[in-house]
Design a protein around this ligand. Sequence first.
Ligand SMILES: [Zn+2]
Length: 267
Amino acid sequence: MKLYMSADIEGITGVANWDEAQIGHPEHTIFRKIMTHEVLCACHEAKTNGVREILLKDAHASGRNILLEELPDFVKVIRGWSGHPFSMVQGLDGSFDVLFMIGYHSPSGSLGNPLAHTMASSIIHEMRLNGHRISEFTLHALVSAYYKVPVTLLTGDDEMCKQAQSLIPAIVTLPVKLGFGNAVVTKTPSKIYEDYKPAVREALNVKLFKECIPVIPSSLTIEIVYSKPTIAYKYSFFPGAELTDESTLQYNAANIFDMMTFIQFCS
Ligand SMILES: [Zn+2]
């Protein structure tokens, strides 16, 4: 089996503040180790359960968080950002059997995580698809559906796990912490490292795969509510996009690639 793994940091065990997610900040050194170890646990258990090849996207901020020396030789890593609109799953295609999302987090406008956001946290207040608030998980799960690759595992904050199950009821989730206002109630890394074993085992049960490809909606209306009207104005010149109020830009995408291209250029 060939596995694509996309890893973010805001949904990693313990992370409760932006300092901990920011490369160059002393606290980042602690949490990049935990992120790396969560990824490592998933890789080892995947190998035990029949995965031969893993493409890992370091999908947070600079794309340079995961400590490469810790990773085994059957993993290749995408570091940095190519500029491809598929963003946190760039490089994914129909040759993969399955997709895992590690360290994912609640969307902008949610209380599920003190670091809740959708894509560009500094400028986007909320993102909606067909009138409903959308997370980075949903955006990239739809990219996966575009290639008919199932998404069978999500780890991250409790609220994100619940939202993932509402899109893909059969998905295996591993909740690592609960958002509590501007705080988190977190499990410990040692507990979570152990919990990866049964979660990954279950997520690689091929009987699950058919049920874990979300349905792509027949129409794709994306709305981005920006933190400032001046930003919305600037991006309103994207061909086909229109302002529906001072801060909200709407775009009717022709397909998933078109939707992700709009998001790439307007955030
Ligand atoms: Zn991130």
